[in-house]
Design a protein. Sequence first.
Lengths: 436, 399
Amino acid sequence: MFLYYVDLAWRSIKKTPVLSLLMVLAISIGIGITITTLNVYSMMSFNPAGERSDRLNAIQLWSQGVNSWDEYHSLVTYQDVMNLRQSGIPKAQAAMFRTGAAVQTDDPEFVPILRGIRVTDSGFFSLFSVPFLYGGAWDKSVDSDPQYQLVIGEKLNQSLFGGENSVGKTVYLNRKPYHVVGVIKEWNPQPKYYDPLNGAFNSAEQLFVPFSLTPIEEFDVWGNSSGWKFEPMTGYQSRLNSEKVWLEFWVDLPSEESRSAYRSFLSHYVEQQKQLNRFTDDKAAADSVQLSNVAEWLEMNNVVPEDNKILVGLSALFLCVCLVNILGLMLTKFLKRAPEVGVRRAIGASRGQIFAQYMVEVGVIGLFGGLLGLLWAWLALYSLSAKFDVADGLTNLSMSMWVITPSIAVGTALLAGLYPAWVVCRTKPSVYLKSQ
Amino acid sequence: MLNIKPILSTLMRSKSGPVLLLLQIILSVAIVANASFIIHERLGMMQRDSGIVESEILTFNMYNFDPSIDRVQQNQLDQQLLRNLPNVMAATSTNMLPLSGSGWSSTLNLGPDSETAQSTPQFAMYLGTEHTLETLGLKLIDGRNFYPDEINTSLTASGKLAIVSKALVDATWPNESALGKVLYEGEDTQITIIGVVEKLQGAWIDSGDLEYSVIQNVDWGGRSYLVRALPQHHAELKQAITDVMLKENPNRVIDDFQSIKAVKESSYRDHQLMVTVLSMMVVLLLLITSLGLTGMVMFNIQRRTKQIGTRRALGATKADILSLFLTENYIICVVGGVLGGGLAVLLGQQLMQHYDLPQLDLLYPIMTVLGLLLVTTVAVVLPARKAANISPAMATRSV
């Protein structure tokens, strides 16, 4: 019966090509716009940590004085990080910031290149489930006992060493030799959740060096440093001793118990610092710490821009307009065929059958509209990435859209078809038989 | 003359079609009004004058990684080399790029006691040399430029001077001359204002403090350089600069050549994107609405062929028939426009509450309704002309 209805629908569509085309166009444009904005939105609001989202926590401290910042800063001070790193509660932990240096190899022909570098702890790699191609992270002891070791990304390994196992080789950063201990497999989480502050959709760094080298090597800070009071900066040491915030600190707390244990460790720490005349604001110690899991962290750092939310809302409204539009067109079309329905009813078709027949027709139109809409969305995303340099990760039509789009399209069409089909199935056969 | 009453009663008889049309118009007005408002706001942002000669300024980064060099001397030598290059009009070091979205910002106190003193609004803190004004193409409207011997090479040196933007002067000392005024950084560090430029934007285009800028007399030897040259010379200059700099000292990486115009475009790209998507939405929405309307009118004409024929037989002119359909359309449009305008304002309030958008200007719903009247007139007249051509004979033939 279904196939018969599909056949009827196809005939009916062919009979009124212009009106049908109008309907398909209306649906497809509505769907195209909605899917385009929805796709970008879903890519931006993606949580790369997946099920580990709750265990990974970024630490924030209310280290500012009275009457200064009225919100938590996303970054923390060097002295706090050094103190918090003493705790044994987290399964893994990592302080981090971004720097950069000129990269060279033993090859004298190699033209030095300037690259961004993540300065972090060995815990970084297990925290963020970084996959290794060769070797692994530097030893945990390096976090307290600095060694000139580094981990590089697959791409950089390709350009420096032609892609071979480079563990044990030497890379020069600003002419200082570092030993490669690990090569990361292609890894580029989008959004860049471990550091959304310096461009949430920038690529992951290709170089990682031990955080413990910071006071020795005095790495430049390629990121924000903020202070809530004036502190003269006379050298790197004054930065390390200052109240300026410039570091991110992540911990892995796998269970609820470890989270509450760590929370009390933190408030105990704040208490202690208050006695040392830091954390001078009159907030209670327990309220001066904030742990944010990945989902909260992404939300807090406004990874999804407001504009994007506005666009999704407007395009949903746009789809509503399309829905009303096809509803009108559908009603027009179905009422035109009321005489035909009259005849079918007279020779025995039930109301339910008429209703089903028209719903199938609507569904077919919706499906065409959905497929065409997918094409529009693909074209729109393609031109966006070409013209506006939007990050590639955002403009790839996600696989789920191949299912979602036709569903929304058919759903919209069926919704729009309900009323017209209902009106037409209530046609009284007598009226039309009489007038023919 | 317009016979509104019989038209109204026709509309009331078969409600579903007009109601749907009404609904569509209400939604369209709400969307189009808000979208065009956002578009207008963003375009306004993009057209602001930055005060600098964006397209003539070429910037690049120079990263020295030789630990043994004397950075101060190297920096001064490098700038001299830059200025000696052919076609270079001016060149200077800088700590930040205008309109780039990253840089230094600060506030300073107006008095020595940081507890009681008032402070300036947040401003962009440029560090520059006596060549900065010429390189950026800034217009000095008061006071003077730095003298060459006043340029410091570190932030902690004494004798701090500043050239500030007029907007900052107006916000800090309304109706006063800023020359000779002193700004305090902590308790002991004083910065004296020696000049005012007409306009200089900072780095953060979405900030309310974009117009507030300060240039300090510090030759920030290090990373970023600004070179002023006509745009047609930029391509050859990129090569020339790289060659000269590497010849002088090979232990450095020179990259990120771009004009400030390109920097600006990439900063405004998200707004440009928003404008493009929203404009597309507005055009498509009007298209869909008018296509829907055309379809509906066509159907109505077919259904009312006899009625129209009878009217024509009873003496209605072609113009009467046309005005019948137009009046019908206008009634729906006006009612829809008023309701839609109300919805637009509601939507605008929601947007303003949840997002960082200003209050919707009432002009936009009104303009949208006027635009809609125009578009729908076309959408109605085209099929209605056909209706007007129905001959009176049609009415009698099939009865």
